[in-house]
Design a binder for this molecule. Structure first.
Ligand SMILES: [Zn+2]
Ligand SMILES: [Zn+2]
Length: 140
């Protein structure tokens, strides 16, 4: 898996939550699962993984929402308590990983999707770039 070094910041839509990243982004992915469709407004969601020690919230209050997944683990998603922007998620299965949502980066253009996951839940009108590794469910 290609790693991209990121030293950058991000924030929610209203600007109350600000975070910084200093580390290697792995698992740059596009997820078509139904949960992501709810959270994105219907499109797939784009995210990448970094280690939690490479990520720090600088300002703002986050709310969290946890939900079990089909694989039996639990995913907790963290939102701005004011504007509702989804900032990141954590899985009970990979405890030191933080999954950052690309849309709240100050420079989302640094993202480069490396795989498609959960395409079994994709909608007919989603455009899937099948030149990338593509998985019916999760990659692992
Ligand atoms: Zn906000
Ligand atoms: Zn998803």
């Amino acid at each position: 898996m290609k790693k991209t070094y990121l030293q950058t910041t991000g924030r929610c839509l209203c600007g109350e939550v600000v975070y910084k990243i200093d580390g290697f982004a792995t698992y740059q992915l596009t997820c078509y699962c139904r949960d992501c469709q709810y959270l994105s407004g219907g499109a797939p969601n784009t995210s990448f993984t970094i280690q939690d020690r490479e990520f720090a919230i600088l300002t703002g209050q986050l709310k969290e929402y946890s939900r079990p997944t089909d694989s039996g683990s639990k995913v907790t998603r963290y939102f701005c308590g004011n504007c509702g922007t989804l900032v990141y998620g954590k899985s009970s299965r990979w405890k030191t990983d933080v999954s950052i949502r690309v849309g709240c980066l100050d420079e989302p253009s640094v993202f480069s999707s490396q795989m498609n996951v959960w395409v079994s839940s994709a909608q007919p009108w989603h455009k899937i770039d099948t030149s990338k590794p593509t998985y019916d469910k999760g990659p692992i």
